[in-house]
Design a protein around this ligand. Structure first.
Ligand code: UT7
Length: 346
């Protein structure tokens, strides 16, 4: 018994922000952004009316409809995001509520850029269920530093959502052939958002020593100083992430291919997580893939983290670039570090 993607959908907000729009907010340029990342524009969710969960719902509606089922037929949810509506509970239950689903299990996955492949892999192991909804959704725009200080991070990310319905299949020529998950926490702080969190590292030892026991405990978590010092935004050592990504992407793709006795030439479509067009191009070159074997859409959407792979996969599907039986490889790398791949026959 394998699992197959029976329906797929994506949703991106209407608001388009070009590199020129960002130039009004910070010291950056269209040339810098395009040269270093390939990004031309990205979407930002409506400030008050759209959230990570609501965008996930929009993508899920399409995936469910295309699978020929209704929300009430879904019997398990896996929701991947790094930008949840609430610190807790997770977006899975918010989607379950919004879509009036049965009282099914709702699991939240937080593996950042690898989130969707991790979520797909979890769902693949859970395929005793008949209809699993796997969602990747992000509303980054609410949590970025749009001043010059945060420009190395903020120009990269965009908002959006993608979803698939996974169903069991006995067809030997279809479905997920294997998934491969990895992590190395040694560099956890290289790409991270530290606050709010339970680490309390933003306080100096002197400050900590002056705190009366319990009196300021809440301030370890969230304080005015933290916000004044802009410690509530993501930080990234971009070049360090880049260097690791260009090694781990090809490695985990080759792992998936070798496990199933395939070579890069057998891939109909590689969908790399849309981290940076330069990373995708490097991976393509390293594996000797043709342009028509690799799909990129970062130019339009920026890096949508857990949403990037399902959005890209859905565009590829809608454009008729993959047909039943085609070999499709998904691969991701990001914060953690975590990296992952999935090989499937569409
Ligand atoms: O989704 C997975 C996680 N993320 C990634 O995979 C990201 C991987 N890394 C990258 O994509 C690239 O490292 C970046 C696009 C983030 C940065 O490109 P880079 O070529 O590595 O630039 P850099 O960080 O080495 O910065 C070069 C210069 C610096 O100025 P100085 O020190 O040379 O004067 C930065 O301050 O570019 C400056 N800079 C900018 N200039 C204009 C940084 N961000 C910007 C900006 N606009 N947005």
């Amino acid at each position: 018994m394998r699992s197959k993607i029976a329906g797929i959908g994506y949703y991106v907000p209407k608001n388009v922000y070009t590199n020129f729009d960002l130039m009004k907010m910070m010291d950056t340029s269209d040339e810098w952004i395009q040269e270093r990342t390939g990004i031309v524009e990205r979407r930002y969710a409506h400030t008050t009316e759209e959230t990570t969960a609501t965008m996930g719902v929009e993508a899920a509606k399409i995936a469910i409809e295309r699978a020929g089922i209704t929300p009430q037929d879904i019997d398990f949810i896996v929701f991947a995001t790094l930008s949840p509506d609430y610190y807790f509970p997770g977006c899975g239950v918010l989607l379950q509520r919004a879509m009036k689903m049965k009282e099914i299990g709702a699991l939240d996955v937080r593996n950042q850029c690898s989130g969707f492949v991790y979520a797909l892999s979890v769902a693949d192991q859970f395929i005793k269920y008949k209809n699993i909804l796997v969602v990747g959704s992000e509303k980054h725009s609410f949590g970025l530093d749009f001043s010059t200080r945060g420009r190395n991070v903020s120009v990269i990310f965009g908002d959006g959502a993608g979803a698939v319905v996974l169903q069991p299949t006995e067809d030997p020529n279809r479905g997920i052939l294997s998934t491969h998950l990895h992590s190395d926490g040694e560099s956890a702080e290289i790409l991270a958002m530290y606050n709010p969190g339970t680490h309390a590292n933003h306080w100096s030892s002197t400050e900590l020593a002056t705190f009366k026991k319990d009196a300021k405990m809440g301030e370890y978590f969230m304080s005015h100083e933290m916000i004044d010092n802009c410690q509530n935004f993501p930080t990234m050592d971009g070049p360090a992430v880049f260097k690791k990504a260009v090694v781990k992407f090809p490695e985990v793709i080759m792992e998936a291919l070798k496990t199933n006795n395939y070579t890069p030439a057998d891939i109909k479509m590689l969908i790399p997580h849309q981290a940076n067009l330069r990373i995708s191009q490097f991976v393509q070159q390293k594996l000797g893939l043709r342009d028509d074997q690799v799909y990129n859409n970062i130019q339009k959407y920026g890096n949508t983290t857990a949403a990037s792979i399902p959005i890209a996969l859905c565009e590829v599907y809608e454009a008729g670039k993959i047909k039943e039986g085609d070999l499709v490889c998904l691969a991701a790398f990001g914060s953690g570090f975590t990296w992952a791949s999935a090989l499937l026959r569409w």
